[in-house]
Design a protein around this ligand. Sequence first.
Ligand code: SAM
Length: 244
Amino acid sequence: HPGLYIVATPIGNLGDITLRAVDILSKCDAVACEDTRVTGKLLKRLLTHKPLIRYDDHASEAAGLAIVERARSEAIALVSDAGTPLISDPGYRLVKAARESGVAVTTLPGACAAIAGLTMSGLPNDRFLFAGFLPTKEKARADALAELASIHATLIFYESGPRLVKSLNMLGELWPTREVAVARELTKLYEECRSGTATELADHYTANPPKGEIVLMVGPPVENSCDVDPDVLLREALATMKTS
Ligand code: SAM
């Protein structure tokens, strides 16, 4: 059937491809993807070959509309390099445009690093907030975290190896008592998930610089805790006394 098919692909382990994904990727007319090399390789491993249309969030509106127009009469699959399209990946504008144009949109759910990390973290999962990547600039990161401070839910971030320790240090200052978990290389050979306070994890990853892909999670604010480190309070009070 014609339409736009949002197809989740594995986040590391090819075994996580779904039967539906294999079916649609081998029957569709074309595949819209972020990186034609990455998707070309995946299709090759699935023993299929399809015309590839490069599409990302920098694509022009016209390029998006051209895909939507094609999806009126053809089955177009949308994939990203790994995991679920749209989740910190391209596709939002395309899906919105397809829906607004009355083109059929279907989703084929599958692997998503945020959900995979959350489920193995041991952190409360009844309420969670996915916050994607934190901003790169220090001030913007601090502002983003401050905005999330009072939310009673587990927070989920995507993070990169080189920035992990910096983020953990910032979390340690802000929320010294909240439980934090780091899930790394999910579904791959060196999969690991560690939890502790942000400071404990910062110490660990300073000694063992993390490689690979990372999901960083912060448990909800601790009940009956003002979430303020008495040492920090004391230091701040002393600093104020010295300057006044
Ligand atoms: N759309 C993808 C999904 O559904 O998970 C996420 C795409 S985003 C551009 C890539 C980020 O997701 C990585 O930087 C990392 O934070 C996280 N990620 C992806 N695969 C992962 C894995 N196997 N283990 C841990 N984190 C992963």
